[in-house]
Ligand binder design. Structure first.
Ligand code: B1M
Length: 208
């Protein structure tokens, strides 16, 4: 079994020490950090996702896999961010009200910081008003909302409406597994991106 296959397998089992060890081993083998993320960590998480959907694993197993995912991602963080970048603007980021998923949001944060953006991370289950308050307080150029649940997607429209009514010059970016470009258009958000890396690229372009 290759190092990346092993990494994916141990991630599915939630074995944090093994995931850390294999993430480092993959880097030592010269595998590109982005490939380690996508083919080692995220591929393991997607197997867990399928099993969760089919009731083959349950919340506790998913949580320990998520913990292992975060442990591996922390090791990759310095490799995925560009060294010596200067701050180009502030982003207020969070997972919308009602939603507790944060792995994708954390990846978005990591990638944005790597592009020189200052990220104010509001965490999960964030009400629309809190995004606006934080954007005002920090003079943010971007509000970035993540969601993984179809039942909480509508909260993004709330954030867009509040941002428009606030009179601030702030862009609202949205993303997360159920979000699409047509949903973005339908709620009047400024931008949808499908993954963390493209979210960081677009946010950096907005700020420049
Ligand atoms: Co949840 N869960 N979950 N879960 N969970 C999903 C999302 C689900 C698809 C599983 C399934 O049934 N197949 C399903 C949603 C179905 C739907 O809405 N249609 C689901 C459900 C139903 C639930 C509960 C309701 C289950 C229950 O209690 N019965 C519950 C909800 C709790 C709540 O939030 N109120 C729940 C709970 C949980 C856990 C707590 C156990 C755990 C979360 C742990 C955590 O986040 N700390 C969990 C997990 C881990 C998942 C799955 C398995 C994995 C999600 C994940 O982290 N993926 C997920 C199944 C799946 O996705 N296959 C599932 C890896 C992550 C890197 O991907 O977040 O999509 P993702 O981020 C991507 C892109 O989407 C994008 O960038 C990343 C890639 O680069 N992106 C952005 C994300 N945000 C962005 C923002 C941007 C741009 C891009 O711009 C601002």
């Amino acid at each position: 079994m290759s190092t990346l296959e092993e990494l994916s397998t141990f991630l599915q089992q939630g074995r944090v020490p093994k995931v850390k060890e294999l993430t480092l081993k993959a880097l030592e083998e010269g595998i590109d950090p982005k490939t380690v993320l996508e083919e080692g960590l995220l591929s393991g998480m997607s197997v867990i996702g399928e099993k969760f959907k089919n009731n083959e694993v349950f919340v506790p197993e998913v949580l320990i896999a998520a913990r292992a995912m975060n442990a591996g991602a922390q090791i990759l963080k310095p490799y995925l961010t560009e060294a010596g970048v200067t701050e180009i603007g502030t982003v207020v980021l969070g997972t919308v009200k009602g939603d507790l998923h944060d792995i994708g949001k954390n990846l978005v944060k990591m990638m944005m910081e790597g592009k020189g953006l200052k990220v104010i991370d509001l965490g999960v289950d964030v009400p629309g008003e809190k995004f606006i308050e934080a954007a005002k307080e920090n003079d943010a150029k971007i509000i970035a909302c993540s969601t993984l649940l179809t039942t909480t997607m509508h909260e993004m429209k709330n954030v867009v409406d509040l941002a428009k009514n606030s009179g601030m010059d702030v862009k609202v970016m949205i993303g997360g597994a159920p979000v699409t470009q047509s949903f973005c258009d339908s709620i009047g958000a400024d931008c949808y991106t499908p993954d963390a890396a493209s979210a960081a690229d677009v946010a950096a372009d907005f700020c420049r």
